[in-house]
Design a protein. Structure first.
Length: 423
């Protein structure tokens, strides 16, 4: 929520405000409360600040009503009371106080001090936004973008973000860049997307720095320039954007835009991995397995692959299956190998489909099932796996399946392929 103390006073005015306050003048009472809240010419005394704000608030002085609401919301100078905070916000909001309108909208959005009501939240944010209140304008854009409290309207979202972006708000500039990039609410324009991302990035907005790096990396909306991409990735990575840390690691691994340095790649991947980035976790596991950029440690490799696999990373699931099948880095367990191969196979990874077929053929970790072997090899072959194609070609299938069973298996393979494509 927006914070308290909208008034500005100096020590020279303090005596005048006290005199006015003691005569019952609402403006003087409000400003004396501000002085006590900030320690201007007096010691900070939040109880006294709240006392003077209440006097002004009871005379319908909107700024004092708002500040008293903030005091109740935070428990500063009064006992914390979210419902009382909302009551004072509403009184100020009904008089047109933009900060109070914004905070009242937040209260309705979160259901704090009042029943949750997204539409009512948007109604109050609109009032604040139409007065130019930046946070409310941003929230209006988000509401229209997500269809919360209003019907989804990407163009209206862009309109609000545009208003705010032109005021220099970095978050809105970033959102506007995304809209131009993805053609949401505006016609696609990669160059315009890059322009807005740059404005936000130059203000230090980390997500925009990352997206600007991607634009330079892929040469979209701007000429490809790997070194410039790395520069922006680094800025975002240093602000702990996991995707930027991953891409910076990739640049060091491949020597793209920077001198190749496997150890530095691993260092950045570890940062991203520790933030939960599944691809970085997979790559870190592979670095441990292959002893590239770090000393070999099969157990640590398996640990990181498992972490990535549990997030649905198909390559990590496949490698984890291999580890269980061979007993490297983990105790051999063919059933567990089958489980992880199946997860990767059902995501369309051809190598996992081939290996799952092989285990059904040999009866490792599962009961031998020639039909299942055929189905998974046929599926893997359709995905371009040459080993699976050889397995199908080199077996005399008439010894194991009838012609009708082979046709049935091919139909099942086609069904699984369609299911994978529609995931």
């Amino acid at each position: 929520m927006s914070n308290s103390n909208s008034g500005t006073i100096n020590i020279g005015e303090l005596r005048l405000y006290r005199e006015l306050a003691e005569r019952g003048d609402a403006m003087g009472q409000f400003n004396l409360g501000v002085a006590y809240s900030r320690g201007i010419g007096v010691d900070v005394d939040l109880d006294e600040a709240a006392r003077w704000w209440r006097k002004a608030a009871e005379q319908r002085y909107a700024a004092a009503q708002y500040d008293l609401g903030v005091a109740y919301a935070n428990g500063e100078g009064v006992a914390k009371d979210k419902h009382e905070a909302v009551r004072w916000y509403r009184l100020a909001a009904e008089q047109g106080n933009a900060k109070a309108q914004y905070n009242l909208g937040v209260a309705y959005w979160d259901g704090v001090g009042v029943d949750e009501d997204k539409r009512e939240s948007v109604r109050w944010w609109r009032k604040a936004a139409e007065q130019g209140f930046a946070q409310a304008q941003h929230n209006m854009g988000v509401a229209y973008d997500n269809g919360e409290g209003v019907d989804v309207d990407k163009r209206e979202a862009v309109r609000w973000w545009h208003l705010l972006a032109e005021q220099g708000n970095a978050k809105a500039q970033h959102n506007l860049g995304l809209a131009y990039w993805d053609s949401e609410g505006v016609d696609e324009d990669k160059h315009e997307a890059v322009r807005w991302h740059r404005l936000a990035a130059e203000q230090g907005y980390a997500d925009a720095q990352y997206n600007l790096g991607l634009a330079y990396w892929h040469g979209e909306g701007i000429d490809e320039y790997k070194r410039e991409a790395v520069r922006w990735f680094r800025m975002a990575a240093e602000q702990e954007i996991a995707e930027a840390q991953y891409n910076l690691g990739l640049a060091y691994w491949d020597g793209a835009g920077v001198d190749e340095d496997k150890r530095e790649a691993v260092r950045w991947w570890r940062m991203a991995a520790e933030q939960g980035d599944a691809t970085a976790q997979y790559n870190l596991g592979s670095a441990y397995w292959d002893s590239e950029g770090i000393d070999e440690d099969k157990c640590e490799a398996v640990r990181w692959w498992r972490t990535a696999a549990e997030q649905g990373n198909a390559k990590a699931q496949y490698n984890l299956g291999n580890a269980y099948r061979s007993g490297e880095g983990v105790a051999m367990d063919k059933r567990e190998a089958v489980r992880w191969y199946r997860m990767a196979a059902e995501q369309g990874l051809a190598e996992a489909q081939n290996n799952l077929g092989a285990l059904y053929w040999t009866g490792e970790g599962v009961i031998t099932d020639e039909r299942e072997a055929y189905i998974w090899w046929y599926t893997a072959k359709a995905n371009g796996n040459e080993t699976a194609a050889d397995n199908l070609r080199n077996k005399n299938w008439n010894d194991y399946l009838s012609k009708s069973e082979i046709r049935s298996a091919q139909k099942e393979a086609a069904r699984r392929l369609e299911a994978i494509e529609n995931r």
